[in-house]
Design a protein around this ligand. Sequence first.
Ligand code: TXA
Ligand code: MG
Length: 311
Amino acid sequence: MKIALSQAVALIEQGHVVAVPTETVYGLAARVHDAEAVQEIFKIKGRPSDNPLIVHISRVSQLQHLVKKLPPHFAKLKKFWPGPLTLVMPVKKRAVHESVRAGLNTLAVRMPKHDLMLRLIDRVGPLAAPSGNRSGRPSPTSRQHVEADLGKKFPVLDGGICQRGVESTVIAVHEKNWELLRAGALSAEEIQRVLRLPQKIPSQKTVRSPGQKYRHYAPEARLVLCANADLLKKKLKSCDAVLGFSDSLHGRLPLISLGPKKSPKQNLRRLYACLRKLDAQSFSRVAVDTSFVKTGLGATLLERLHKAALR
Ligand code: TXA
Ligand code: MG
């Protein structure tokens, strides 16, 4: 249910959870100290309690109340805020309810690039907000997606369709290197251009971002990833739809279009809506065209498609 900014302020101040817009995906928001509302977020999502939430701020000055110190090279990274970059920093433990940080001694923080959300945070203070899907569903990129998951009556501050359509990039920054904890709407290359430090490649075993260990959304349909045109052509015979590009080969099968192939930003913006469409149209086997460039935002697109293809 669409609500106005003033209603969102009132509901959050009364301890309710509200769905909020950001430039990446819609979130489910509560104040960082509000134990009951934060618990309610975990309950609504069906989220495991060891998976911490991202805290959203509207001003850099709010950081001093949340974290013990800024990450190294913050002066350079600040350029990405507001925007889809989440930084993991040592938390001031009493600054947020324990369940927000899931017992860790770090906190993930970002400043979203969405005017309505920034105005909301200015009014009610920093907000803990995971993506607004039920666990195991694609993140919502419109009010309609939130309502499809949580019901028509769930209060949503409607900020239109999310500009980026995929979650923020989560990183940890050290003096001499930095780690990519979750690929997202800001490419590793863009971060690298600004930081100019080596990227630390994690060993397969370490899970630095708890969310990465959980099963992610996979549509009902079996996804068949095809890395080149020959393979795609072959697989089309046994599939009933194609998840691909408006300007590329897809035979006579129905096309669920990610937009033109050379526009990874647009492809990501459409991705979650396309995955929801696959279920809505009850396809059983879908060929996915992955013959796109895998660097930059292409790497994020490939990572999400791999996860959606996992059984
Ligand atoms: O774009 C986004 O980041 C969206 C919007 C709403 O801001 N939020 C979002 O939240 O994607 P969520 O909860 O779906 O994903 C947060 C990710 C999870 O993988 C979680 O494990 C990780 O961030 N995370 C949170 N706190 C962390 C911490 N202290 N250290 C490492 N990873 C952390
Ligand atoms: Mg999520």
